[in-house]
Design a binder for this molecule. Structure first.
Ligand code: PXG
Length: 285
């Protein structure tokens, strides 16, 4: 049976799920999206994902044509239609079909797309042994130009960084902001552990406010680990005791090498391992 994709209130076979080539989502990356997980049939932090989607849309003057409740129902129904319990949900809202010019006022209605699919997970080995990353030369979008808080369909900034990482043999890459501070990775937020404290760049560093990041901050505070959202430099990363990344796809993944420097003793540290366990309990009961 073919996978069903939701577009504008209807379910289509994957092969027939199509959008106009005049859609400004395609022509200009004019739109917003979310990447969400479902665990055992329950959507993880759905409210936060919908709030972020609506905030992203608001920031770019995009009116999502359905309510949050309708979106939540549509996500449930699409998951059910595909029999997916544990999977990945991609919600996309485009500006809609317009002219070949930039003017969004000449676009028809925004298109709401929901794809539910199996998830491509990182190899289990990475969670045991940890990941190696590099800092790339691609600077994270300047927040005054296009805020990284907007999860827009224009991900070229991240893709360019990802390409640099891949060329160096790394599946994730660390991006700095325009001030040279640590921002985030191409699709994950970054955390450090130093002297038993958790450190992570603040919003003002120009990052996506990750929902996994939020969950991990909650988990840490519940276990009485102090968390500081504070500007960080590459130097802070190099001298950290532990480092890990958080994201919907990756969940919590340890980092053991950055720019050829070994982090801590080169193995996932105790706080990282505790938070990985905590996150597993949160998502899998
Ligand atoms: N920073 C950026 C730039 C992201 O795109 C995160 C941080 C982590 O945020 P969440 O809310 O997911 O904890 C993201 C999210 C993928 C994939 O397939 C990437 C993301 C989300 C879902 C899937 O690589 N990035």
């Amino acid at each position: 049976m073919s996978l069903k994709v939701y577009i504008g209130g209807k379910l289509y076979d994957k092969e027939d799920a199509k959008i106009s080539v005049y859609d400004h989502g395609l022509l200009y990356g004019d739109g917003v999206f979310e990447g969400i997980r479902s665990y055992g049939g329950k959507v993880f932090r759905l409210k936060q994902h919908l709030d972020r989607l609506w905030d992203s849309a608001k920031a770019i003057w995009l009116a999502i044509p359905i309510t949050k409740e309708e979106m939540a129902d549509a996500i449930e129904n699409t998951l059910k239609a595909n029999g997916i319990q544990d999977g990945y949900i991609r919600v996309v809202v485009t500006r809609g079909a317009g002219t070949l010019g930039l003017d969004p006022n000449r676009c028809s209605d925004p298109q709401v797309i929901i794809i539910t699919d199996r998830i491509a997970l990182y190899p289990e080995e990475l969670y045991q042994k940890g990941l190696e990353i590099i800092t790339v030369s691609t600077v994270r979008n300047h927040p005054a130009a296009l805020s990284p808080r907007v999860k827009s369909l224009n991900y070229l900034n991240n893709i360019l960084a990802k390409i640099e990482g891949l060329q160096a043999g790394c599946i994730e890459a660390l991006m700095l902001n325009h001030k040279g501070e640590v921002a985030e990775c191409t699709g994950d937020n970054i955390f450090l552990v130093r002297n038993g404290r958790l450190l992570t760049p603040p919003n003002e560093a120009g990052i996506l406010e990750g929902i996994t990041r939020d969950a991990v901050i909650d988990l840490a505070r519940q276990s009485e680990i102090e968390v500081r959202e504070t500007p960080l430099t590459k130097h802070d990363v190099y001298i950290s005791d532990e480092c890990f990344l958080t994201g919907t796809a990756a969940e919590v993944v340890p980092v053991v090498k950055v720019d050829s420097r070994i982090i801590g003793d080169g193995a996932p540290g105790p706080i990282t391992r505790r938070l990985i366990e905590g996150f597993h309990r949160l998502t899998r009961g």
